[in-house]
Design a protein around this ligand. Structure first.
Ligand code: GDP
Ligand code: IMO
Ligand code: MG
Length: 432
């Protein structure tokens, strides 16, 4: 048996979807443990592109159980649309399971997400406006509505009555917004719940039993380490726990049940939304990375901010996630550059630091110190072994391994499943 957590080691969009899909071939179960439809995970199979927001990227294998665990926040209409979209493309969703404990994103969450962002003005976070933050706020405030509440009309009515009174007071008195109608929400969400009912189960037990039975389980993180509510660049973060520990919190497995953690690491860095980003390139090189890497948000379509890889951040990600290996993605995007830079330390005021600062205001003042490596010109999109990569590309990966202290188990050279160089020993039994 084996359990593996897939985690983004940067600010999201590292290629978690591609790697999850690839490794899901050897998995019995793929579990999303946090976040919601703020995520956008792209999977390319036989030239067809699938954009998954809530459903685990294992869904494309008909025999794999795909679990949306209790740590996820679920927008029922988005989920149903995603299911319908997959079915329309002949992808079976019978293997989908949804936790009774997952919290539901309600209409007032989406509305408040947008209104709160507007109020923040220059201090905005740049959220995806999908209601993620407000839904997690209610969960922690203990006034959230869970999937199990939604499925019980009496409980749903009682909880919605109380919560909506409160939300409408906030909407009217603080935001000068008209109140939301109880009947509209109750009726529409009850109908949505009925359509989801047959997928809903006790996923804590399901995952635990699969684990006890020695199944291979993949835990698919959304977002990335630096977007973690505790370990990320607060307040420019999401409201959940993308880091590997989040897999325990969101599913109910114990820390000692995790065998391996793979940090998905883009060969450069991107960030969507606001917040400090020391290696950001606001020049033609940044534009080139955005164009070559098609760096536009999967969920919102926003252009992603681009920069060089940041090894200071990578070391931090290695530590907070306990990374066993790296999957270095989008190596092909760097092809054609004469030189490639890696940030190895920061200049903070008059000092040089090589540890990632805990304080976001300190990070905002950090300037990158770069090491310059030689680029390569050869097309690498067909490489299937490390030996087929140009020497400069191999040296680049070796330097990332050295600076992060973590070996690379995968090198991705294109969006398709086959465009992946794998070090089997570091991934077995997911990749026999
Ligand atoms: P995720 O949120 O971490 O799953 O990543 P996204 O799907 O949001 O963004 C990654 C994008 O890069 C997607 O469009 C993938 O199809 C694509 N991609 C993944 N790996 C590679 C790669 O090695 N090379 C290239 N060119 N594209 C890749
Ligand atoms: P995947 O799983 C990149 C960012 C938003 C914003 C911040 C908070 O595809 O890697 P939120 O809506 O979560 O309250 O927004 O987090 N963000 C992501 N950035 N990839 C994602 O997901 C993201 N999900 C949220 O842009 O800066
Ligand atoms: Mg994404």
């Amino acid at each position: 048996m084996s359990t593996l957590v897939i985690v983004g080691s940067q600010w999201g969009d590292e290629g978690k979807g591609k790697v999850t899909d690839m490794l899901a071939e050897g998995a019995d179960m793929v579990v999303r443990y946090q976040g919601g439809n703020n995520a956008g995970h792209t999977v390319v199979v036989d030239g067809q592109e699938f954009k998954l927001h809530l459903i685990p990227s294992g869904i494309l294998y008909p025999d794999t159980i795909s679990v949306i665990a209790g740590g996820v926040v679920v927008d029922p209409s988005v989920l149903l649309e995603e299911i319908a979209g997959l079915n329309a493309r002949n992808v079976e969703t019978a293997g989908l399971r949804i936790s009774q404990n997952a919290h539901v994103i309600m209409p007032y969450h989406k509305l408040l997400d947008a209104l709160e962002e507007e109020t923040r003005g220059d201090g905005k976070i740049g959220t995806t406006c999908r209601g993620i933050g407000p839904a997690y706020v209610d969960k922690v405030h203990r006034c959230g509505i869970r999937i199990s509440d939604l499925l019980n009309s009496k409980t749903f009515k009682a909880r919605l009555t109380t919560v909506l009174q409160d939300k409408n007071r906030v909407l009217q008195r603080i935001y000068n917004h008209e109140p939301l109608s109880f009947d509209d929400i109750y009726d529409s969400y009850s109908q949505l719940a009925d359509r989801l009912r047959h997928y809903v189960t006790d996923t804590t037990q399901l995952v635990s039993e699969a684990n006890k039975a020695g199944k291979n389980i993949l835990f698919e993180g959304a977002q990335g380490t630096l977007l973690d509510i505790d370990q990320g660049t607060y307040p420019f973060v999401t409201s959940s726990h993308p880091i590997a520990g989040g897999a325990c919190l969101g599913t109910g497995i114990g820390p000692t049940d995790i065998d391996r953690v793979i940090g998905i690491t883009k060969a450069y860095t991107t960030r969507v939304g606001e917040g400090p980003f020391p290696v950001e390139l606001k020049d033609t090189v940044g534009d080139r990375l955005r164009d070559a890497g098609h760096e536009y948000g999967t969920t919102t379509g926003r252009p992603r901010r681009c920069g060089w890889v940041d090894a200071v951040m990578l070391r931090y990600a290695a530590a907070v996630n306990g990374l066993s290996s790296l999957a270095v993605t989008k190596m092909d995007v760097l092809t054609g550059l004469d030189e490639i830079k890696i940030c190895t330390a920061y200049k903070y005021r008059d000092t040089i630091i090589d540890k990632f600062p805990e304080r976001t205001d300190v990070l905002a003042e950090c300037e990158p110190i770069y090491e310059v490596l030689q680029g390569w010109q050869e097309d690498i999109t067909g490489a299937v072994t490390a030996e087929e990569l140009p020497q400069a590309a191999r040296l680049y990966v070796a330097r990332l391994e050295e600076l992060s202290g973590v070996p690379a188990s995968m090198i991705s050279v294109g969006p398709a499943r086959a465009q992946t160089i794998v070090n089997k020993h570091l991934l077995s039994p997911f990749h026999a």
